[in-house]
Structures are given as structure tokens and as C-alpha cells.
Design a protein around this ligand. Structure first.
Ligand code: F6R
Length: 248
């Protein structure tokens, strides 16, 4: 598995945004859609900032872009300040020229009894667009990618999961207390992610150092779901010095 280490996340995020912009433009010239898999959380914020600034300066159009977000809390209203729907609009979609019909974010309002079908349809829709060209990922301290917590099967698809205690505790400050953090989430599966043609995983800061080491240098195991990426042919792990500090 390939990793690249940068002195800080700002420089790294600009390079990541440039790779995404280059892909979008290449697809534009070919007359094709560009299918992006997107993540929320703190890690991709500067990437989205850079993509917005490329758009504002007239260098980049998202007219041929289709997006599929990795996950959403469950249950979760779209108007909620902590919904991933809100996050994506605030950090990216409200500032670019993407067709709103091309935005796909798992819906945290679907009734539980309709969820199985909803998840099958989400997978089908990705397939109908020809699969994900480029998948952006962060990583949780549990080793989750998307919300594929420890125990996730490599063959898993989009489904409803129970969030790990560590993940809920990491989210508790955003929700003003652990008791307000949803207990479940809808997430793309490990297999959904593994089918992407290109994967970039971002990790910044010393809190990610241990899980980054386990992901890159450890055994491939469902205990660290991100370790499955060792079997993906076109993944790069983008790190700052702190996140890389435990690598040998
Ligand atoms: C978010 C997601 C999660 C986060 C991970 C890291 O859509 O899929 O896997 O990427 O929890 O979160 P941050 O970047 O906030 O450390």
C-alpha cells in the first residue's frame, strides 16, 4: 500500500484537490460523467475548500460530476446541524455548480422497515453510473472507513450499522454529549469502497498515528476495516507528519 507524507495537511489537501480537479477535467474532455465518492468529517474540509476556490476562480466546473457520499447518521434529519447532508452542502455543494440531482447522500430519514431496499437501491444507483471513479476517505480511531466499524465483512455493501463506542465518544462534542449521538448509521460497505477505481485516504494529527500504523503495517483484519485497503490496487494514504509518526 502506497503512502505519502506531507509536512502539513494544507499542502497535502491542495494536491488531493488537484488530483480530483484533473480527473473531472479529463472526464469532461472525454464527454463523460465523473463519479466521486465523498467523505465528511474534519479530514476532507481543506480539500473541499480548495475545490470551491478552483471553482470560484473559474478553473473548474462540476457540471459533469455525480457524487455518492459514504454515510449518514441514523436516524438523522437533513436540517440537523450535525447531519452529513448539512455538512456537504455547507462545505461543498452550496458553493459549486453541481446539478443537485447528481448529489447522492444516504438518507437518514428512511423508515427502518424500508432501509434494506433503500440500501440495495443505493448500491444499484452507483452501479448504474458505472461505479465510483474516485473515492475520498477519512479514517476513524477504530479503523473504520465510511462507518464500517470493526467486524465489518470485506463483502459488505451499503447497510445500517451500529456505531462503535469510540466513534460515538469522538463525536460527542459535536453533539453536546454522547447521549445525543445517534447509535446507528447508514454506510457504504467495504466492498462498495473496494470497487472504486481510485482511493485516497486522508489522516491528519497524532490521534490517528496508531490506527494508521495498524492500517498500513498490520495484518489485514476485520478488526481494522481500513486494513482491507492493503488489497486494493490503486489506494494512496495521504498523511501529515503526526499521523505518520508511528510508521516504521
Ligand atoms: C465520514 C466518514 C468517517 C470519517 C472518520 C474520520 O463520512 O466516513 O469514516 O472519515 O470518522 O473523521 P475525521 O475526519 O473527522 O477525523
Amino acid at each position: 500500500i502506497h503512502s505519502e507524507i506531507f509536512p502539513d495537511s494544507t499542502i497535502a489537501s491542495k494536491l488531493v484537490a488537484n488530483e480530483i480537479a484533473t480527473l473531472i477535467k479529463q472526464k469532461q474532455q472525454e464527454g463523460n460523467l465523473c463519479v466521486l465518492g465523498l467523505a465528511t468529517g474534519s479530514s476532507p474540509i481543506k480539500v473541499y475548500e480548495e475545490l470551491v476556490s478552483l471553482h470560484k476562480s473559474g478553473e473548474l466546473s462540476f457540471s459533469n460530476v455525480v457524487t455518492f457520499n459514504l454515510d449518514e447518521y441514523y436516524p438523522m434529519d437533513i436540517e440537523h446541524q450535525q447531519s452529513y447532508y448539512h455538512f456537504m452542502h455547507q462545505h461543498l455543494f452550496d458553493h459549486i455548480d453541481i446539478n443537485p440531482e447528481n448529489i447522492n447522500i444516504p438518507d437518514g430519514t428512511v423508515p427502518l422497515e424500508e432501509m434494506d431496499q433503500y440500501c440495495i437501491d443505493y448500491e444499484m444507483k452507483i452501479k448504474q453510473y458505472g461505479g465510483i471513479d474516485f473515492q475520498l476517505l477519512g479514517i476513524g480511531r477504530t479503523g473504520h472507513i465510511g462507518f464500517n466499524e470493526p467486524g465489518s465483512h470485506p463483502n459488505s455493501g451499503t447497510r445500517i450499522i451500529t456505531l462503535d463506542h469510540v466513534t460515538r465518544s469522538d463525536a460527542s462534542s459535536d453533539f453536546n454529549g454522547m447521549e445525543n449521538v445517534p447509535k446507528k448509521a447508514v454506510t457504504m460497505g467495504i466492498n462498495t469502497i473496494m470497487k472504486s477505481r481510485r482511493v485516497l485516504l486522508l489522516a491528519w494529527g497524532h490521534k490517528k498515528a496508531t490506527v494508521v500504523k495498524q492500517t498500513i503495517e498490520g495484518q489485514i483484519t476485520p478488526n481494522i476495516p481500513a486494513s482491507f485497503l492493503q488489497q486494493h490496487k490503486n489506494t494512496t494514504i495521504i498523511l501529515d507528519d503526526e499521523a505518520a509518526s508511528e510508521l516504521t
